[in-house]
Design a protein around this ligand. Sequence first.
Ligand SMILES: [Zn+2]
Ligand SMILES: [Zn+2]
Length: 197
Amino acid sequence: MLNMAKTIEVKKCSRCHQEKPIEQFYGEKRSHCQDCEKEQKREYHGGLRGKAAQALQDARKARRKVEAETGESIKDDLTLPQVALALSSGECAYCLQDIPISERSLDHITPMRYGGSNTFDNVICSCKSCNSGKSDLPAVLFMIQSCDSWANKRLIDRVASRSNQTFYEAFEMLTESVKTYFQKQAEEAKAQAEGGV
Ligand SMILES: [Zn+2]
Ligand SMILES: [Zn+2]
């Protein structure tokens, strides 16, 4: 009797709910069977790829819109693998929370409207709520208002490593975009005031 009970060790997969021999799991402690783990991996990569393709399309569309509105041309050499890489981090650059794939969005660190380009060193993964809260604000300005200093430092680190600059050069670049922002805001306000007369 004892021997019989030992013959086949089975485990129930918590995803497909099938009882399967233990060999069909990657380890005794895994709760999903190998088939299910493979399936999940496929879904994950499929999901991320689809998300990245959409994000790239949206970013190019946004770039064309800003170009049409401002008459300025914006540098754009962002590729699909770069977008996928940015979104694969899964961590919002601003609130530092883990975000599920469906909630990830691609944020332009310096908005294209205020001198930012559509390039790898200017995009970052953010949650939808931070992205819409940030809107057209330059990253540093948004972060001073809404994020803790750790998140701030981390973003500058990331920008520095992507653009091959030191921390301080990256910081200066980002603060420069705050100046541009206020300059353009002032110009827009002035144009509006003059137009309103
Ligand atoms: Zn399963
Ligand atoms: Zn966030």
